[in-house]
Design a protein around this ligand. Structure first.
Ligand code: P6P
Length: 346
């Protein structure tokens, strides 16, 4: 039976076509399907809002629950983490998992079916926006588990972003969208709630090379390094300044929302070093925020850098390592990197 060209392409069909083309194996295909199903459950929980009894901070009365990042956990952070852990416990495709919400990685127990992949995720990024009904999202990254190591430990996750075999995010906004790459382009799927499936709605996302829109938390300006001060100062100078054009600014303070906008219409997202977070290496996490977003952005023709190095080539030193982040329209990221290079060259 030849497929009807008018029939929407589901995530399942898209992944089967990728497998038939030899771009993905069955285990990774099924792992992505498990993560997508978990994201559907998270979308339902997030969508209930105040009706779901899961808004607000986790922890008991008077005693907040603090994660390894030193951040107060929201109830939905904990719930989203549990959903992803439970969904993958019996998937049979993983050797282990690591989460922003857990101090250390968790190997798949001997009692459960084991696979050859490592899954890292931020179960609900931007969760501080939950209580004010702003888009949040789940970010995930997939690495291969090294051969012959038995149970993987934290050290086995410390692979550069170029080693990722898949990455994606699910944004819980006006619509729920899954954006995914397996190294052959970046593709977007929209959740059709009536049938409960993700449907391919944008094949081959392409970030415009140039942009007039930047995303940064301007309240940190006085804490930035000199090259960042100079770079943003020239953006703000507009067409009378050295950049010769006026720029617009957006900052949602939810990385998934900001990055989705940039993947859709261009822009540059930056969370640079500042004197408040420099001691930690930056604000955003390398393994389950910067690297998966960098993979998605590069596969969409954009660029991603620490300001001084291609993001995907950073050699990780810690599971919860933080990095400065510049990503988006290629020529704008290159401009920001140039400010840093010229500053460092003295
Ligand atoms: P700030 C959310 O907490 C997050 O990790 C990213 O989603 C977001 O881009 C950033 O932090 C926002 O940071 O300092 O503006 O609140």
């Amino acid at each position: 039976m030849s497929p009807n060209p008018a029939t929407p392409v589901s995530l399942t069909r898209h992944l089967l076509e990728e497998q038939r083309a030899g771009r993905i194996n069955a285990d990774l295909r099924l792992l992505i399907e498990v993560v997508a199903r978990a994201c559907k459950s998270i979308s339902i929980a997030v969508g209930k809002g105040a009706l779901g009894g899961v808004l607000g901070d986790a922890g008991t009365a008077g005693e907040a629950s603090i994660n390894i990042q030193g951040e107060a956990q929201k109830k939905l952070d904990v719930l989203s983490n549990e959903i992803l852990m439970e969904a993958n416990a019996w998937g049979g495709h993983l050797a282990g998992l690591a989460s922003e919400e857990m101090d250390h990685s968790v190997p798949i127990s001997d009692a459960q079916p084991r696979g050859n992949y490592l899954l890292l995720f931020d179960p609900l990024d931007g969760s501080s926006n939950i209580d004010v009904n702003i888009s949040v999202g789940t970010i995930f990254s997939v690495l291969r588990c090294p051969d012959g190591i038995g149970q993987p430990g934290d050290e086995h996750y410390l692979q550069p972003g170029t080693d990722q075999v898949a990455a994606g995010y699910c944004t819980y906004g006006p619509s729920t969208m899954l954006v995914l790459t397996i190294g052959h382009g970046t593709h977007a799927f929209t959740l059709d709630r009536e049938i409960g499936s993700f449907v391919l709605t944008q094949r081959g996302m392409a970030i415009p090379e140039d942009t007039k829109e930047f995303a940064v938390n301007m309240s940190n300006q006085r804490f930035w390094e000199a090259p960042m001060q100079a770079y943003v100062g020239d953006l703000l100078a507009g067409k009378e300044g050295p950049r010769g054009k006026d720029f617009n600014m957006r900052w949602v303070a939810s990385m998934v929302a900001d990055v989705h906008r940039i993947l859709t219409r261009g822009g540059i997202f930056s969370y640079p070093l500042d004197s408040k977070c420099a001691a930690k290496g930056g604000k955003l996490r390398l393994m389950y925020e910067a690297n998966p977003m960098a993979f998605l952005v590069e596969q969409a023709g954009g660029a991603a850098s620490t300001g001084r190095q291609r993001m995907l080539e950073v050699q990780p030193t810690g599971l919860h390592q933080r990095v400065p982040v510049f990503l988006g329209s290629r020529t704008e990221v290159e401009a920001a990197v140039k400010y840093h290079a010229e500053h460092d060259a003295g």
